[in-house]
Design a protein around this ligand. Structure first.
Ligand code: FAD
Length: 463
């Protein structure tokens, strides 16, 4: 059998190579460092953590990323095994000694009889005659390979910045103040005329909001990020506010074509629109609200918006250098590039976000490729699992809209419970009392986490 080639020895690539090798198949891992560096990596070790040393919460019973840890452990993940072996105290989080962690990953791969590691930059997408290929070159994919990926996927299919607008759990939006309506009640293909959630502002609220945006604390670009042009059509919201107090009222916050369902006679001075973000309808994103405000400032300022006073954010906004594909359009559910099916993608380049999520996509993609080579194709894990929910988000759970937002609306995302299907039945209070607020949310998460882990263990037993 031909070996499977994995390009990029980061978190996703190392995990994918491990999963393939553990299935008894030969794998060649190509890593460009140290022959070529990235702007963020500092060592030549495999699976280097480029920033924080935390894998976030390790609480598998209450937290979505904790659930992802548990699923990866159940799948025999090398990244999780190396993290557990190099744990440092961090409360409920799983944080690691970054050097020990990277050394453990590298040592395990070097010692594996099925793994060959080549230190070279891959500058072209390998052709089909070398067999299956997994590209896991991350958010800082080298320029030569990025260009080839751009050629293979098309101009508008590879983004170099993520312009992330905050995403909110739908159930935390106060619909006594907000209402459903598309601008001018427009009904596009698959739409209902009520596709957006609208939050109204009067003049006073708008002025206070603009002051808060301008005064809010911002994060700055890293030096190397400043050199990448990004600004067409995705200016941070606070930069728009700085350009003129009326700019937002004529841009993403324009009130035209919208009638407040609660007060039809009063014309809103400005309106914040939220658009459905996942097929389940459990998440909505704030349209046009990409931002470089600090996280604390974002929660405070965006909760000034009528209807969002108690908003729970599935993710806050951001703007970073990142390379990622328009995966829902380009990849099939096995993470294969539809146009070149011998090529799979894995890790952050597919539009997941974070160390653990990149690892999970690497793990799944490695398993898909290995099973294809063995002639025993497998289906992805169910969407009730954290791994399945990420694959679903990347490959198609995300909706495309008629208003041109389709390809642009796909943005990298951390795992969160909003990506999992809601429960068929609400959990009951152990003493039969009525469940509300935080307690209801906590119990729901616990039931979803248990459902996820049970379903994942059942799935992994079949592979
Ligand atoms: P990587 O871990 O970056 O691995 C990709 C590998 O491919 C690298 O080793 C690279 O050298 C190699 N490579 C690239 N091009 C080629 C080529 N042409 N040929 C051969 N090899 C190649 N996530 C978090 O959870 N916490 C954080 O604190 C965090 N901080 C981040 C900070 C920055 C600056 C960036 C850019 C991202 C950060 N992320 C963070 C997001 C993400 O989780 C990490 O980038 C993560 O490492 C992604 O894993 P990956 O395997 O997809 O890519």
């Amino acid at each position: 059998k031909q070996p499977i080639h994995v390009v990029g020895g980061g978190l996703a690539g190392s995990e994918a190579a491990w999963q393939i090798a553990e299935k008894g198949l030969k794998v060649v891992l190509h890593e460009m460092r140290p022959t070529r560096e990235t702007d963020a990596h500092k060592t030549d070790g495999l699976a280097e953590l480029v920033c924080s040393n935390s894998f976030r919460s390790d609480d598998a019973e209450n937290n979505a990323v904790g659930l992802l840890h548990a699923e990866l452990r159940a799948a025999g993940s090398l990244i999780m095994k190396s993290a557990d072996a190099n744990k440092v105290p961090a409360g409920g989080a799983l944080a690691v000694d970054r050097d020990g962690f990277s050394e453990a990953v590298q040592a395990a791969l070097e010692a594996h009889e099925n793994v060959e590691i080549i230190r070279e930059e891959v500058t072209e997408i390998p052709s089909a005659d070398i067999g299956q290929v997994i590209l896991a070159t991350g958010p800082l994919t080298s320029p030569a390979l990025s260009e080839q990926i751009l050629k293979a996927t098309g101009e508008d299919s590879l983004a170099f910045f993520d312009a992330i607008a905050p995403i909110i759990h739908t159930e935390s939006i106060n619909m006594d103040k907000a209402w459903y309506q598309s601008r001018y009640d427009k009904v596009g293909p698959g739409g209902t005329g009520k596709d957006y959630i609208n939050c109204p502002m009067d003049k006073e609220q708008y002025e206070a909001f603009i002051d808060a945006l301008i005064g809010g604390e911002k994060t700055s670009f890293k030096e190397w990020e400043e050199n990448t042009p990004y600004f067409d059509g995705c200016l941070p919201i606070e930069v728009m506010a700085e350009r003129g107090r009326e700019t937002l009222r004529h841009g993403p916050m324009k009130p035209m074509g919208l009638t407040n369902a609660h007060q039809p006679d009063i014309k809103a001075y400005a309106v914040v629109q939220l658009r459905q973000d996942n097929a389940l309808g459990t998440l909505y994103n704030m349209v046009g609200f990409q931002t470089k405000l600090k996280y604390g400032a974002q929660s405070e300022i965006f909760r000034m918006i009528p209807g969002l006073e108690d908003a729970q954010f599935a993710r806050l906004g951001g703007l970073h250098r990142n390379t990622f594909l328009n995966s829902p359009r380009l990849l099939d559910e096995q993470m294969r590039l539809k146009a070149l099916p011998h090529v799979r993608f894995a890790g952050q380049i597919t539009g997941c976000e974070g160390y653990v999520e990149s690892t999970a996509v690497g793990c799944m993609t490695g398993l898909f490729a290995a099973h294809q080579a063995l002639g025993t194709d497998i289906a992805p894990p169910p969407a009730t699992t954290a791994c399945g929910a990420i694959i679903n988000h990347i490959t198609g759970g995300h909706i495309d809209r008629e208003d041109g937002s389709g390809p642009r609306s796909f943005q990298p995302m951390n795992i969160n419970f909003g990506l999992l299907p809601p429960l068929d039945e609400m959990p009951k209070h152990p003493e039969g009392k009525r469940l509300r607020g935080k307690e209801k949310t906590r119990l729901k998460k616990q039931v979803m986490a248990k459902r996820g882990l049970d379903d994942f263990k059942a799935w992994v037993a079949t592979v």
